[in-house]
Design a protein around this ligand. Sequence first.
Ligand SMILES: [Zn+2]
Length: 94
Amino acid sequence: MKTKNGLLKTAKRYWENEVCETCGGSAIREVAVEVYRHRGGKRYLFQDVPAGVCSDCGARYFTGHTARMMEERMRLTRSGKRRKTITMPVLSLT
Ligand SMILES: [Zn+2]
């Protein structure tokens, strides 16, 4: 199943019966999250990424398919196909 923006939407039941590898919790729920990635000296922000998020510790999990889609989108972006580019402030505490 795909959402209107073309990203794969995993079934909500996918994470049922899964155990968190970080804390051992069993309450992993499907949530759309933002994901930051770095590749080739560039930064990428993904929105509306389906993830399994542990209700106990907050660890996030992605299906192999979702991870591959993000890699593919970054590869396509490097070849000139991008959805949009944003600018953001760079802050320092020093
Ligand atoms: Zn956990």
